[in-house]
Design a binder for this molecule. Structure first.
Ligand code: 5GP
Ligand code: MN
Length: 340
């Protein structure tokens, strides 16, 4: 579904703004940071002063993308984030359907930037349109990055000429498409191939980015993946597979943020498995990742049972219970969900 509100105002809002803050969602992923950086490079290219504000840093294998000083992280430097937001005359939210998905930063936006113009560019279901002056939302794209590519090409001064986008901008966009499609395994549309074809022709080094994103993990991460598959994968009925990952298990395998990226997809390669879940113990909550095939709507599951949401085939959320209780809880909700 595509929802656009005041798209024609985007250019004039950008033109009349000096300081622009770009927001990524909490627990940022490749699409979040790729789209934020794509917008960052576009804006610097037209003489603006953008700054990226995110609740926390993203896994280390994306660090190489971020120019020094381009981003502030609320959990490390709240003051820098607050100052950037206070000085902003335009706020741009990417890869999230509402301001609340920017995590702890959303409170700062509510308290000090209520009257500042806000733009949403996103590909999740149910955009909270009432909170934005401009909304460009489309669920029929692979990623926020693909949508951003489309939006940027339509901007005056670019007008369909990809050479007008810098290589840094084009590379950041490629990262989000690579990661949100899990290297073209899911959420791929005809428009996705057109976009990556043009980006590659623009000079983006897809192989380099693929290695940086998917082939830069540690040895202990590979051991952890083996352990998860051999000893930690469980089944709930014929069609659902899931893992739990405790803090003790993370410690045993020298876990760093990003190490469990991709694990939730692995059981989808089993014939007849239609839905998967990964429950990861965190401080004060259990992080939930859900994936599915075809018509199984894990966005609905995440909304109903996991305090979350996302996309039909890829969603997430949080549970507030001890990890030991999660298998019983999840299996009972799976039974309820599939009985409907
Ligand atoms: P992941 O499993 O990769 O963390 O997240 C998959 C999808 O679910 C992403 O599109 C993300 O936006 C969404 N998602 C993850 N965690 C949450 C959450 O706590 N709340 C909501 N509403 N969506 C989430
Ligand atoms: Mn995304």
């Amino acid at each position: 579904m595509r929802v656009t509100i005041n798209e024609d105002k985007l250019h004039s809002l950008v033109c009349s703004a000096g300081n622009i803050v770009i927001f990524g969602h909490e627990n940022p992923d490749g699409d979040s940071i790729g789209s934020a950086l794509g917008m960052y490079h576009y804006l610097t290219g037209i003489g603006k002063n953008p700054h990226i504000v995110v609740a926390s840093r993203l896994p280390g294998n994306f660090d190489f993308l971020i120019p020094s000083g381009a981003a502030s992280y609320y959990n490390e430097d709240a003051l820098a984030c607050e100052q950037a937001i206070a000085a902003a005359d335009l706020l741009i939210f990417l890869d999230m359907n509402g301001i609340d998905r920017s995590g702890a930063v959303s409170k700062v936006v509510e308290s000090s930037a209520a009257g500042v113009s806000k733009v949403l560019i996103d590909h999740h279901l149910n955009p909270k349109t009432e909170n934005f002056d401009v909304v460009i939302s489309d669920t029929e794209v692979s990623s926020a990055c693909e949508l951003l590519y489309d939006v940027l090409l339509r901007q005056p001064g670019v007008e369909g000429d990809i050479e007008k986008l810098s290589l840094e901008c084009a590379s950041a966009i490629m990262v989000g498409i690579l990661t949100d499609t899990n290297n073209f395994a899911n959420s791929v549309f005809p428009s996705t191939y057109l976009a990556v074809s043009a980006l590659q022709a623009r000079g983006v080094d897809r192989d380099y980015l693929f290695d940086a994103v998917f082939r830069s993990f540690s040895r202990s991460r590979m051991r952890l993946m083996g352990y998860m598959l051999k000893d930690n994968m469980r089944f709930a009925g014929l069609h659902v597979a899931y893992f739990t990952l405790s803090t003790a298990e993370k410690d045993e395998y020298c876990f760093v943020r990003g190490d469990s990226e991709g694990f939730v997809n692995l059981p989808l390669s089993i014939k007849d498995i239609q839905m998967t879940a990964l429950f990861t113990e965190d401080i004060g909550f259990i992080k939930v990742s859900l994936r599915s095939k075809g018509n199984i709507d894990v966005n609905d599951f995440a909304h109903r049972y996991c305090n979350g949401g996302g996309h039909k085939n890829a969603s997430g959320g949080r549970l507030y219970m001890p990890l030991a209780q999660v298998p019983d809880y999840f299996e009972s909700k799976v039974n309820e969900f599939f009985a409907q």
